[in-house]
Design a protein around this ligand. Structure first.
Ligand code: SF4
Length: 926
């Protein structure tokens, strides 16, 4: 540390730090326009001038490093005059006829001009040379008249997003801000993260609509409702409505950075289609039973008591008539930890079944199962910051990170820019490949052969960590023997990756440690999902990449709270914290806590049904009642025609939702829930960090938070059963989600030390947090694995369930796109939807030519599989290799790729093989 004096105060600052940051750390604000602590310094606005004793001239605090013994003055008449002069220089090129009258928050520039009394020359209010709205971007307004050339936007785009959308063009007085080579932002490959607007100090770049929405009256810090990165930000609130998202510089995961969905995808919260009152089908209200095959009748809006009484009566009737296992519960990775906890408590304590699951089954069930076998814990071992900041090499396999986990994707680009060796293994040439040292383009469904091939070369070259293997692992010999058969020549034949590429990747990954492996659904959504994960665990065990920053196994969880929903036991085989239902001690703990000795149902040791099994069973009426909280199987499950038939035939479906989703068509009772901005609670992000979610606005109409709905339903069910369990963990009278969190902590060793006060204080709590004084565990497996020794498992390549043939000659692989989210029920009802308004299929130019599909904006195609068809716009591109097409599942009806996907599952994790099936393509003329 360096000791210095600023404004007469003694200050300690890290060596090499900038004066402006040292002052900020001591609570002394030095004004600046071009500087921001998250960006590379540039020192061009001269607003941060300070006096330093012994120096002849004032110095810019944003470009001057601290020195021992420095004596700095940040305010004096001379300094104020220098700052005023700097501001007036900027004002000379600033043209804003609305100066001082903006409805949006006062810009930093306006604030400092007012503060220092910078004079605004009359000419400033003359019409300037540039257009006031110069770019057609649908989310960001560009007003070059207000640009002072501080270049913060240029650096925000480059330093945070890893893009180069903005630059300064021209010379001297003709210098101006320009997108790309003079085109539009989107032509310059803008990813619409809005960092440029968030960092702009003048409002030259601004969120479209921010002015019309008006100045927020309050800011409420909460967590993004989309992906598992878990970015936090402030919701700006005015007159009871969210009016914008504002970056919060203290956001622990993301700082000022957000992606397009986080920054601009919030407006669905006030969509006119939001559900405002409970609805019941007419026949149910009239007490008529629907005959098998009879379509559901019209909706009737009812009050909460009527809806909850009918729901409880129906669920209890089914339980008595057909037994507890005739009921199923789909919990939700979009909902809070507290809500997921209550949903599985409802299933187990009140009904007595383990039939509870959620969409983790469809994304990372194989990760959880595989890593439990290998390491004893199914979660991400490290944090995103340490992977991006400390790894010397990173293998990203089966993760389109810049589109699916965009803020972390941008961190990976920055990691490559600082010198980390990035190897991307993906059948598609995804955007991240541009930052990679190597792209391994293996065929879909050949991950095991690829990873075994890497391991073959690790052992063949003696690159394994023998000491680590000897002390911390078991079972290496079987793997060494198995991978002997995965010679580069054989791997090239199976995967299509040239031998030289495999060799280069093996050397990069093995000789640059720590090395982190990152994966997502490209690994997990296969019939070999669990062996795929085991292969990656083998690689990291062999290289000793555990227990240190920048290493580990790093599965990126999809939804905002899919990690939390799993942690909460919304799974058919475990209680909270992965305590198995098959474990007598765990059952005894919950039986005692939940008072299951009161004559009500007990919790069985047999795991319940999974998501896909429940849907099938509902269709065949083995399952008589299905309760769904915020999930949308009618769009997101594989082989949708089959799913829709099953849901249509289900005896009783109770749905809690915020919007009329595709699944609502099949519901008998629809209960309006609250969106993320309307409730309190916690989410757990992909790196096991538990974060506070805060209510910013009230739910619309009579909508209620899901935790309150579940609790009210449980109360009614218990009353009908003649039970009244009470006590700290047995009852259902919760005043707030904080009380539910306290109950979770009491029953869950890994959450035992987590409470509302610690989270409110801003503590970074990565579970396990076994005690109130425990600081949390950002890195797992430091000295020992959760299971003791890390276990190697020999795994072999196996073909996917369905491969192309003469009738269906193309291989379809599926995923998401940047702006949409899952079934896009939210993003289709948001301004972000304008960036991707229709379904799209990527097809290689050779394949397009082969079917006579002409290039052009209007090209459309039809994909057909053995199960259904899809109609979409065609993107003819070599992003996909020849023989492979890629589609997304964001659009309903004929636009959804899940019409085509196959219900073949990994035998252990029961995850469907979304990533591979066989299709044929035909050009469409309309
Ligand atoms: Fe939200 Fe994920 Fe985007 Fe962050 S990266 S803003 S959490 S969608």
């Amino acid at each position: 540390m360096v000791e210095l004096e600023i404004d007469g105060r003694h200050v300690s600052a890290p060596e090499g730090s900038l004066l402006v940051d040292a002052a900020a750390g001591a609570g002394i604000a030095i004004p600046s326009l071009c500087h921001h602590r998250e960006l590379e310094p540039s020192g061009n606005c001269r607003l941060c001038m300070v006096e330093i004793e012994g120096w002849r001239m004032e110095a810019p605090a944003c470009a001057t490093r601290v020195q021992a013994g420095m004596k700095v003055r940040t305010g004096s008449p001379r300094i104020s005059a220098a700052r005023r002069a700097a501001l007036e220089l900027a004002l000379a090129r600033y043209h804003d006829p609305d100066w001082g009258r903006h409805a949006a928050p006062e810009s930093e520039f306006e604030f400092w001009c007012r503060h220092y009394g910078a004079r605004v020359p009359e000419s400033v209010f003359e019409p300037g040379p540039g257009p006031r709205d110069s770019d057609p971007h649908p989310l960001i307004r560009v007003d070059l008249e207000r640009c002072i050339l501080c270049a913060r936007c240029v650096r925000a785009c480059r330093d945070l997003q890893g893009r180069h959308v903005w630059g300064l063009a021209g010379r001297g007085e003709h210098t101006r801000l320009a997108a790309g080579f003079g085109g539009t932002m989107l032509e310059a490959r803008c990813e619409s993260c809005g960092a440029c607007a968030a960092f702009c100090p003048t409002g030259a770049l601004e969120d479209r609509g921010a002015e019309a929405a008006g100045m927020p009256e309050a800011r409420v810090t909460t967590v993004c409702p989309y992906c598992g990165v878990g970015c936090s930000y402030d919701l700006g609130v005015r007159e009871g409505r969210v009016v914008r998202v504002l970056s919060n510089p203290y956001a622990p995961v993301n700082g000022m950075h957000l992606c397009v969905k986080g920054r601009y995808g919030w407006d669905f919260v006030h969509h006119p289609e939001r559900l405002r009152a409970p609805r019941v089908r007419r026949e149910l209200l009239e007490g008529r039973a629907r005959a098998p095959g009879e379509p559901r009748g019209e909706w009737v809006s009812v009050d909460w008591d009527t809806a909850l009484d009918l729901a409880a009566a129906k669920l209890e009737e089914v339980r008595r008539r057909s037994g507890p296992d005739a009921l199923g519960f789909l919990s939700s990775a979009k909902c809070t930890n507290e809500e997921n906890y209550l949903m599985q408590k409802l299933a187990r304590q009140v009904i007595g079944t383990n039939n509870v699951d959620h969409c983790a089954r469809l994304c990372h069930a194989s990760t959880v199962a595989g890593l439990l076998l290998a390491l004893g814990s199914g979660a991400m071992s490290n944090t995103m910051a340490d992977v991006a900041g400390e790894a010397r090499a990173i293998l990203v396999i089966g993760s389109n990170t810049t589109e699916q986990h965009p803020v972390f994707g941008a961190m990976l680009r920055r990691a490559a820019a600082r010198g980390a060796k990035l190897v991307v293994a993906d059948p598609r040439r995804i955007d991240l490949c541009e930052a990679a040292a190597l792209h391994l383009r293996h065929r879909p469904g050949t991950d095991i052969a690829l990873v075994n091939g890497l391991l073959h070369l690790v052992f063949a070259n003696g690159w394994e960590d023998r000491a680590f293997i000897a002390v911390r692992t078991e079972g290496v010999e079987a793997v060494r023997e198995a991978v002997r058969r995965y010679t580069p020549a054989r791997v090239a034949q199976i995967t299509g990756v040239p031998e030289s590429g495999l060799a280069g990747a093996a050397e990069l990954l093995a000789r640059n440690r720590p090395m982190a492996v990152v994966w997502a659904m490209g690994i997990t959504q296969h019939t070999t999902g669990v062996p795929n994960v085991l292969a990656l665990a083998n690689l990291q065990l062999a290289l000793g990449n555990f227990g240190v920053p920048g290493a580990g196994v790093n599965p990126l969880r999809g939804q905002n709270n899919v990690q939390g929903a799993c942690d909460m036991g919304a799974l058919p085989n475990v209680f909270t914290g992965y305590q198995p239902v098959g474990d007598a001690k765990a059952r005894a703990r919950f039986a005692a806590g939940w008072r299951l000795t009161d004559g009500g149902p007990g919790v069985g040791e047999r795991p319940g049904l999974t998501v896909t099994e429940m849907i099938q069973a509902a269709g065949s009426r083995k399952l008589r009642a299905l309760t769904i909280m915020g999930e949308n199987p009618a769009l997101t499950d594989p082989d949708l025609n089959h799913v829709r038939r099953a849901l249509a035939g289900a005896e009783f479906v109770l749905l809690q939702e915020i919007l009329p989703s595709a699944t609502a068509e099949f519901a008998d009772i629809l209960l309006p829930g609250a969106a993320w901005a309307e409730k309190d609670g916690t989410f757990t992000n992909t790196e096991r960090r538990v974060q506070r979610v805060r209510r910013a606005v009230e739910p619309p109409g009579e909508a209620r938070p899901d935790w309150a709905i579940v609790a009210a339903l449980a109360d009614r069910l218990l009353a009908r059963q003649g039970r009244a369990p009470h006590g700290p963990q047995a009852g259902w009278s919760y005043a707030s989600p904080d009380e539910v969190l306290a109950e979770i902590a009491a029953l869950t060793p890994s959450y035992a030390g987590i409470d509302a006060h610690r989270l409110e204080r801003g503590e970074a709590l990565h579970w396990p947090v076994p005690a109130k004084d425990h600081p949390g565990t950002p890195i797992l497996h430091r000295d020992r694995f959760t299971r003791g020794k890390g276990a190697f498992h020999a795994v072999e390549h196996a073909d996917p369930a369905e491969l192309p043939d003469a009738s269906y000659p193309l291989l379809l692989t599926t995923g998401r796109v940047l702006v949409h989210w899952h079934g896009s029920e939210l993003t289709r009802r948001s301004a972000v939807g304008a960036l991707c308004p229709e379904p799209e299929v990527e097809i290689n130019p050779q394949d397009a030519r082969a079917i006579g599909l002409a290039r052009g904006d209007g090209a459309r195609l039809r994909l057909v599989s053995r199960r259904g068809e899809l109609r979409a716009r065609a993107w003819i591109t070599d992003r996909v290799p020849e023989g492979v097409v890629f589609g997304n599942f964001h659009f309903p009806a004929q636009g959804n790729v899940n019409n085509l996907t196959i219900l073949a599952v990994d035998p252990v994790a029961k995850i469907p093989e979304y990533k591979v099936c066989a299709v044929r393509a035909e050009p469409l003329t309309t």
